[in-house]
Design a protein around this ligand. Structure first.
Ligand SMILES: [Zn+2]
Length: 219
């Protein structure tokens, strides 16, 4: 009789656990206004394997079910799942290949951060707790069509050195050591964009700059 090996069982349990956490995180992203409709995607690596689970295409985050998640390999090929994979799956795969430390990738259309991308303005770590996590801020990746190889390559190059990036005229991408960390970084980027906007309105565009922040927070 066929019996599951210890490794297989660990992997099945990991998939169950990660599926539940992705669903919970997806609801939160929707509640917090970072995604609308079927846009945005979230994925998480299955530890100890070359695979990750990702939200399927055409499913709204707030009603996503654990069994709807699709298992894919690090080349973006579908391994298991009934629904079609998200169009940005190759981008997630490219991020996992370049960031071995990333356990989760979250892509949303966080509105204030998107506005910064359209204005070609990077988001700076104006608060000390943001500076601790994103000491070099959040850069803008120049526009490329969603789902394109050009976008995937541009994001892969940039995210090698940053945990969060803005996609011009599109959205943001964050990575994390857990699903929850990648989600809270996504929220932190949106919050930081709101604060930076207010500071610029109050004190002008030149009131914020990276050199001064580095000096202030490192001394
Ligand atoms: Zn998008």
């Amino acid at each position: 009789m066929f019996t599951k090996s210890g490794k297989q069982e660990t992997s099945i349990n990991a998939i169950k656990d990660i599926s539940k956490r992705i669903v919970k995180a997806s609801k939160k992203l929707h509640e917090h206004g970072l995604v609308r409709g079927t846009i945005g995607n979230i994925s998480a690596r299955i530890p100890g394997t070359d695979t990750f689970l990702i939200k399927p295409s055409g499913v709204r985050m707030e009603i996503l079910k654990p069994e709807e998640l699709v298992l894919v390999d690090l080349q973006g090929n579908k391994i298991r799942g009934k629904l079609a994979v998200s169009v940005e799956t190759p981008m997630h795969a490219a991020i996992y290949r370049v960031r071995k430390d990333a356990q989760a990738v979250v892509h949303t259309h966080a509105p204030t951060a998107v506005a910064f991308g359209i204005a070609k303005t990077e988001i700076l770590p104006l608060q000390i707790e943001v500076f601790m996590l994103l000491p070099n801020g959040v850069p803008v990746v120049p526009f490329e069509a969603p789902g394109s190889k050009a976008l995937r390559d541009a994001v892969q190059r940039k995210i090698a050195n940053y945990d969060a990036v803005i996609l011009e005229n599109h959205g943001i991408v964050t990575v994390g050591s857990t699903i929850e960390a990648a989600c809270s970084l996504n929220e932190m980027v949106e919050e930081s964009a709101k604060i930076q906007f207010m500071v610029m309105m109050l004190a002008g565009k030149d009131a914020v700059n990276m050199a001064e922040l580095k000096k202030k927070f490192k001394t």
